[in-house]
Design a binder for this molecule. Sequence first.
Ligand code: 2PG
Ligand code: MG
Length: 442
Amino acid sequence: MNEFEIAALNPVPAFDSRGTPTVSCEVVLRGGARATIVVPSGASTGAHEAVELRDGGTAFGGRGVTRAVAGIREHIAPALTGIDARDQQAVDGAMLRLDRSLTTPEGRPERLGGLGANAVLSVSVATALAAGAQSALPPYRYFGDAGRPLLPLPMVNIFSGGAHAAAALDVQDLLAVPVGARSLPEALSWVWEVRHAIGARLRERGLNAQLVADEGGFGVALDGTRDALRLITEGIRAAGLRPGDDVAIAIDVAASQLLHDGHYVLSEEGRTLTADELVAEIAGWCRDFPIVSVEDALAEDDWAGFATATSTLDSQQVLGDDLFVTDVDRLRRGVANGIASAVLVKPNQCGSLSATRDVVTAAHAAGYATVLSARSGETEDCWLADLSVGWRTGQIKVGSLTRSERTAKWNRLLRIAHELGDAEYAGAAALVAPRDLIGRED
Ligand code: 2PG
Ligand code: MG
């Protein structure tokens, strides 16, 4: 008997951290090992992402997942039963072929739209976790093959705006990056001090620092992006740390959300900008504040704007999220044209572990940095922490230091750091700016 053979898939509808229905799936192997995951879901989803299968209709506002769950039972389970769970390519490949063979009422689906990327990812990841359990390996060891584990540099959400908060900052995500810390526990403890100091300043302003946004950051109304950047910089200082040297800032502009009729609208300031003007505005923020990483400076299909951002922000990490959507072809296009210097990696953007791994491998081969990322709608799972360590992504972004769906990942990383003792910690060396790529031969 091959104890790694897939014996059963048990999917159920569940809820994500925003209370939106999502898919949970348990994978059971013949040897008895089992693992379950609950898939996350984004709010600022890129147009080129793999698609979630939602029921439509009136229940759950059309966001139900009974079709996705039924698809696992009816289509995926029969196709995977008997496959060796360690053969991730075979598992993911079978689901991809199945998806392509389906025809829905809307016609031939694209980008996993037949089975749903939510269904496919739940099976893909739970299979790997079950195989790890069957091998009696911790997930980070299983994910890492025989490679050395690497603890990632954390990016920790402080303020949310855009699609993640009603508090309406134009920029979606402002994060603390503890660049000077020498270990992961120290890095998180520094951010805790910074967050605490910022909370005190918010209370001085009469704001409710208890209110948190989708990713656990402060959900308060501020006077715009510069105000938020100033508060973080002051918070770093108030915590007795040096802005830029000890703790720096990352931003996710999520500019696809700002694009209206070919222009970028900064509604908090009532300004409408061209791509060049938006890049100049961001460059101004980078001059005045210790920003080390800029994500989605332009909209997802603004390759020309991204080229300008890459040459202008050449000493910041230029990170593509909606731009690359964890898609190896879009990443290759970026690498070939010298666009960006890092890729955000979200497994549910492409729907399978194998496709996600291809992106990480291609990025590292090109010298690009990789930032493994949670979604704004998350779950209690913590496999992302193990994936980051095993795959040596170097950086991780899973939200703030509050809300259990966020702390589940940080807590798992702290546990792994403890287990590994003096394991390698990526630190600030994980950040890659465009100027670091100059002269590189691929
Ligand atoms: C992002 C993510 C996480 P969402 O844009 O980077 O912050 O948000 O999951 O809504 O796409
Ligand atoms: Mg983003």
